[in-house]
Each structure stands twice: as C-alpha cells, then as structure tokens.
Design a protein around this ligand. Structure first.
Ligand SMILES: Nc1ncnc2c1ncn2[C@@H]1O[C@H](COP(=O)(O)OP(=O)(O)OP(=O)(O)O)[C@@H](O)[C@H]1O
Ligand SMILES: [Mg+2]
Length: 269
C-alpha cells in the first residue's frame, strides 16, 4: 500500500544519506526500522511524511504517486509520533490539539467532538482532555500524537524511538496500546534500537546500513544470522533468542514469555 522506489536523499545534495532504497509496506504489518546511529532511520520516515524531498525516486500510496504531495495531505493516511512529541503540539488543550486534524478536513462541530471523545478514550487519555500539552509527561504526549493520527483515520502510524528513555512501565503500556491498535488493523512502523521489541512485537524488520536497506525480512530471519553479520548491521541478538538457540531442540523463541512456556513444556514432556 505504501511503496518507495529507488529513493535517494542527502541533506547536502553531494552527500547521500542513502540511495537505492526500495520497499513496500502492506496493510496490517508491524515493521521495525533499525540500524546504527545516524544511518538514516529518522530521515527515511521524514521522506515518507513529506518533510524532506527525495533527490531521486518515487513514493506511492495505494498506487497513487505521492512523491510531491505536501505533508498536510499525507496526514490523512500517515500519522507520526516524533521522538520529541512536544515539537508537534501547538494548541492550548489536548482536546483542541486532537481536533485540529478533523477540523482541517472540514468535519462538522458534532463530528469533531465525537471523534475527539472516541480517540481520547481509545488511547486512554480522556482525563487529560483539558490539559495543556507542554505540561504532560512524554508518554502522555505520545498518546496525544497517536490520538491525533487516529482522529485523521490514518492507516499507517510511524513512531520514532518512542521507548528510548522511557521506564519499563511506560514502555509496557505503550507496547500494549500499539499491539491493540495493530490488532484493530493499524499498520505500524516503529523506529527502534530495542532488539527485544523488534523480535517480540514486529512482523518484519527493515534495517538500514551502508547507505541503503541492508536487511528486509522477518525478525526470525534477522536474529538467526551469525553474530558477525548482526554486528555489521549494528545489532545484537535479544536474550530470548540467544538462550533459545542454546537449548537443543527448543527452537527460536521471540520473547522471554515464549521461552518460559517452551522450557516448561520441555521439562514436563
Ligand atoms: N537536518 C540535517 N541536516 C544535515 N544533516 C542531517 C540532518 N539531520 C540528520 N542529518 C544527518 O543525516 C544522517 C542520518 O540522520 P538520521 O537522524 O536520519 O539518523 P538516525 O538513523 O535516525 O539516527 P539515530 O539512531 O541517532 O536517531 C546523520 O549522519 C545525520 O547527522
Ligand atoms: Mg533518529
């Protein structure tokens, strides 16, 4: 549904950040975007949002060429949670912030009110509707940004390292929300350095490296590569995978929960 073809980009035209980037994102995927610091993960999502223009290449959404479509229009199908979500909030209450999208689409006052109520409830921040966005915690700001995307009925949600710097509880709660939204049909693109999240939550991983896409496939295909191959990609195996591969006959385990279940079954059997 969202296809990029031969994308090339440099902030300075003479220095490519990446080139020959090709991938297609299908509805219902939960994709991790990974790779070393500075390899271009944020940049590629900025291109998808239309915040930067590619030097070469084209982008398509459901077959239509969107290469030159402005970000405001792309907001109808792609929502974005910035690494610093306060940079994307401009209105004086959470409810007004979330209302901005549907208002700009010309929805009626009643529709906007219903939409705002629905999406705030869905992401669990109804109690914050009158709060001033800059005073919120980062996890709450992320939810405001997610609610704004849902209010636009975006089919794709991009999140830039939403769990970095979060405590364990906040991370768990955000992942539970993303899992729920994914189960309801939202396509998710998650930029992350967290190997455990990549393995446990995602259906596919796109790893940037050497100025292009260095890997594109399932987390299992990724994390069963050799340690040297993973090192070259700037990755390491998450503990559940490392342990599961060390126990004969256990098979690949994408999470500690799965490892525990399989180990218990092996002990009992
Ligand atoms: N506005 C900018 N102007 C010039 N160069 C930039 C700009 N933003 C990023 N870069 C450079 O482009 C490259 C890719 O940056 P980008 O932020 O996309 O990487 P990243 O993979 O998201 O990194 P990180 O893991 O640190 O978030 C880096 O070398 C970075 O220094
Ligand atoms: Mg980044």
């Amino acid at each position: 549904m969202l296809k990029v073809e031969n994308l090339r980009f440099g902030y300075v035209p003479s220095v490519d950040i990446f080139k020959d980037v090709n991938f297609t994102i299908h509805g219902g995927e939960f994709i991790a975007i990974g790779g070393k610091n500075g390899c271009g993960k944020t940049t590629i999502t900025r291109l998808l949002m239309g915040l930067e223009k590619p030097t070469e290449g084209r982008m398509y959404y459901n077959g239509a060429d969107i290469t030159t479509m402005p970000p405001s229009k792309r907001g109808q199908f792609i929502g974005y949670v910035f690494q610093q979500p306060d940079r994307q909030m401009f209105r004086s209450t959470v409810a007004e912030e979330v209302a901005f999208g549907p208002e700009s689409l010309g929805r009626s006052k009643e529709d906007v009110e219903r939409i705002v109520n629905d999406v705030l409830h869905k992401v669990g921040i109804s109690h914050l509707r009158e709060a001033y966005p800059p005073t919120l915690r980062r996890g709450e700001k992320q939810r405001v940004a997610i609610a704004s995307a849902l209010a636009m009925e975006s089919s794709i949600l991009i999140l830039d390292e939403p769990t970095s710097g979060q405590d364990g509880k906040e991370t768990k709660e955000l992942l539970a929300l993303l899992r729920q939204l994914h189960a309801e049909g939202l396509t998710i693109l998650l930029i992350t350095h967290d190997m455990e999240i990549m393995a446990a939550e995602c259906t596919r991983a796109i790893i940037m490296g050497n100025r292009t896409v260095a890997f594109d496939g399932t987390p299992e295909a990724l994390f069963t590569k050799t340690a040297d191959e993973l090192h070259d990609l700037g990755l390491t195996r998450p503990p559940s995978v490392e342990l599961s591969l060390a126990v004969p006959g256990l098979g690949y385990c994408k999470s500690m929960d799965e490892l525990r279940r399989k180990l218990l079954a092996q002990l009992e059997g």
